[in-house]
Design a protein around this ligand. Sequence first.
Ligand SMILES: [Zn+2]
Length: 333
Amino acid sequence: MPNRSVESHRGDTTCLRSGCSRTVHPGVVTGQALKDLLNHAKENGYAIPAVNCVSSSSINACIEAARKMDAPIMIQFSAGGAQCRSPETGRFYAGKGLDNTQFHAAIAGAVSGAYHVRAVAEQYGVPVILHTDHCAKKLLPWFDGLMEANERFFEQQGEPLFSSHMLDLSEEPLEENIEICVKYLERMAKFNCGLEMELGITGGEEDGVNNEDANPEDLYSKPEEIFQVYDALSKVDNGFFTVAAAFGNVHGVYQPGNVRLEPKILDRAQKYIAEKVGMEEGSKPVSFVFHGGSGSDLKDIREAVGYGVIKMNIDTDTSGGPGWRRENGNRLL
Ligand SMILES: [Zn+2]
């Protein structure tokens, strides 16, 4: 990663020294600051690590690592991580004793984690993006609860509680996926919250979705499909979105060489869409997210980042290994 120092005077409208917009500041960034930070990543060829956290101590460790690296970071919660569904993994934020009917505990866990991040992030002096991970169709009540928490926070503070959220409707037909994403993005645009969507199939297994036997062809998104998404979501007034496309990426730990990543899929999509919408050659209209990067070759990761990947998810490397392995989470890029 290039060195992106952040001046740490609290409450100041300071910015990244390398020229990032003056909206970007230490603490949780939302709205215009979120857009500016992610655009800065795209323009300067780096991706921001997004780490799945399950406790206040893992959040603190991540933000401390960000401070040591003098770089922004994303903290994200999954429905499972926000409330314990599988006690053996030790993943919980709200506490496994809470009733999770209608995802109440998972909502409370994510909200509680968000307030913790908000209480400490600014003091660490780095910009933090507050996000939630995969949300499949069956988890939409969890998402709705988070939307209500954002709306309540927005009424009081003039910004959303979270910077952004992911909707993963990649198991549904693409038309339905897009339709639901547009509906939610319209709602989120009202309180300046970003949406991450997924299309195609990320191989492997995560959060109870097992794609280990997926049709190999479905592991690679087509430029036309990514354009369909871009076209529909771009029409939402004040909408801000990122796209997790499939390019051979696989959830879980796989040794380099076992996964055939095709980052050029992202390049082809950028060129196809730029031409379709009349942008000049070399533009990168889409902001991509890289899921399932664990075990990927650094060369492939760097190539993907060069094609507009601005967010790199880190979960297995930190939660699946023996304890917290901070260096794994931060040496990737
Ligand atoms: Zn993922």
